[in-house]
Design a protein. Sequence first.
Length: 349
Amino acid sequence: MRLGLNLGYWGAGNDANNLKIAQEADRLGYSVVWAAEAYGSDVPTVLSWVAAQTKQIDVGSAILQIPARQPTMAAMTAATLDTLSGGRFRLGLGVSGPQVSEGWYGVRFDKPLARTREYVEIVRKALRRERVTFEGRHFTLPLPDGPGKPLKLIVHPVREEIPIYLASIGPKNLELTGEVADGWLAIFYSPEHGAESLELIRKGREKAGRTMAGFDVVPTAPVVLGDDWRTAADQVRGYAALYIGGMGSREQNFYNNLACRMGYEAEAAEIQDRYLARDYAGAAAKVPLGFLDSTALLGPKERIAEKLQAMAESGVTTLSVSPVLQDLEHSIAALRAVVEALDRAGVGS
């Protein structure tokens, strides 16, 4: 299992230190640093800045939002970042959610699976530098009965194939991820519950005539060091409550659905009720300790080593960590401790 770093959203209050943290991850041998976007900072600008000031570490989008860009634009961005970084870019894609897609981008959140399938196919065709033609339900290139003609990407990426990752949670989306992508970007991944998700991905791989060999399973796990893991868990409560309770509407919240599938249906409902009522502290207090412990790296280095071993044994191939105590000292200490814990666990690659 390899290690990655997830910087999350730029502009979340830790910007002055993020570059130094990424540079330390580069020095420590982390394999990839990811950045996210929602309706604030965009990913390509952040990754360009990080790539220009690091040496070996890959830079990845977690994620580029599908409703934000035409697929050919995503291919242009991927090719450009791959060129500028010397072949270090990984393209993570996702449909976002209905509130962002329709509220920020003005794109209907309909048929997300079919849209994603078409999107990935066009991106791959463009990155192969073929003349792009496509007739689908969601995308048509070139437009018929007009002046458009099939065009070919001018930029030559460094690599023949830029790896494509999908962020997915629901069962059908997981199967699609296995079928069309090179890797899976997971959130709230639990070794105890991962087998169900990985089986769906495996089913998709088989549909495409492939095995799990070479497929990259990449969860992001918050990390908090401390002598008492229960106290450390309190630092993650707000983050978990935001996703379970507030990321999406009452009718459509993918993270809430995930918590339900993990066996926390009653707790997920109460977290959502409190969060939507703006009782954020109450929502955080209701996040089950077991949920936090199974999806984060908490406590002393020895305990984290045990969790890393469980992650690797469950099928994780790259574990991206997200330091929760985001001042520079704690973040760098967390990065170093995870490297030491991985060595102690004996599951590094």
